[in-house]
Design a protein around this ligand. Structure first.
Ligand code: GZL
Length: 317
């Protein structure tokens, strides 16, 4: 089965179907819509909820923790049956999670983790964020094959688990390879606009000829950086190698156009596994593992990125 039919099969599996109405009501505190991946996660979550006939109360936090905490308190006051949350940062959740626990409302973390006792949430559905960073670092180690490379890094949202863990994983992978050095590292807050602005500052500070590679914690910052690299008269993907994470459609398109080199896939469907675990828990008390891990896959120019782009465009992005 070729990649197009494989991805189409998964697209069909995601198609919302009319489901028997459930008497469940779930609150979902979403970070915002800072990236193409985040928008896809929201779309797919709503599809997964609808496919189960569940009532959804949705709150967009505009990337502010205080808005997420307010949303959780509102869900608790409304007596929802469960809460899904993608926590914008890792700390500061204990009090509101204890309030949910006191109200006997199970909480499931989506795509990011929190620094809180794990009895305060039912499970966390995330990728292995450290592994993603390691895969990105190892790709660059292999691609450079011993040649010197001065790297600039666009970090995700400060204090978020993906920014912390993807940095750790990348640094682990390049450690011991003295030819690779991170010379600039700054947050671009997972957005295209900030990715462009910060990349412009890197180019101005270092000089484009002195930057060999960009590691961006997500594709949207990489896509913004590509624009900055082009405006500096350089060829992204050639003059400056680019590796990032998410595998959103525009990353596949950039790789197909030789403007980016590699991306690691993050599924936007964290809600499916979360809702399945919740259903089992509510039905007969089946306690899920504290971590439900989603897969990560490296894509490079060796893949049919144009075909993948065309299929993924229809998958909620
Ligand atoms: C990672 C997820 C990140 C994505 C970004 O699990 O939280 O948040 O990589 C998004 O695109 O902003």
């Amino acid at each position: 089965m070729n990649i197009k039919s494989t991805l189409l099969a998964s697209a069909i599996a995601l198609m919302p179907f009319a489901a028997a109405a459930s008497d469940l009501t779930i609150g979902f505190s979403q970070i915002g819509s800072e990236s193409g991946w985040r928008a896809a996660e929201t779309t797919v979550t709503k599809q997964e909820v609808a496919a189960r006939g569940i009532q959804l109360k949705f709150a967009d936090a505009q990337q502010k923790q205080e808005n997420q905490i307010s949303a959780l308190r509102s869900f608790i006051a409304q007596g929802v049956d469960a809460i899904l949350i993608a926590p914008v940062v890792a700390t500061g959740w204990d009090e509101v999670l204890e309030e949910a626990q006191d109200a006997d409302i199970p909480v499931i973390l989506l795509d990011r983790t929190v620094d809180a006792p794990d009895d305060l949430y039912l499970t966390a559905v995330t990728s292995d964020l450290v592994h993603e960073g390691s895969v990105a670092g190892q790709w660059l180690v292999d691609d450079m094959a011993g040649a010197d490379c001065r790297i600039v890094e666009l970090q995700g949202t400060t204090g978020s688990s993906p920014a912390i863990d993807r940095k750790t994983g990348f640094e682990n992978a390049i450690s011991g390879h003295d030819n690779l050095e991170i010379v600039r590292s700054q947050t671009g807050d997972f957005t295209r606009s900030q990715g462009k602005v910060v990349m412009e500052s890197f180019l101005k500070a270092e000089g484009g000829d002195n930057i060999c590679a960009l590691y961006a914690h997500n594709d949207d910052m990489a896509v913004g950086a590509i624009q900055a690299i082009k405006e500096a008269g350089l060829k992204p993907g050639t003059d400056i190698k680019i590796v990032a994470i998410d595998a959103v459609p525009d990353a596949h398109l950039a790789i197909a156009n030789s403007e980016m080199n590699a991306t690691i896939e993050l599924t936007p469907n964290m809600a499916g596994p979360a809702l399945d675990a919740l259903a089992a828990y509510l039905a007969d008390g089946t306690v899920p593992p504290k971590w439900i891990q989603t897969e990560s896959r490296l894509y490079t120019a060796a893949d049919d990125n144009q075909a993948i782009y065309e299929v993924k465009k229809g998958l909620g992005y």
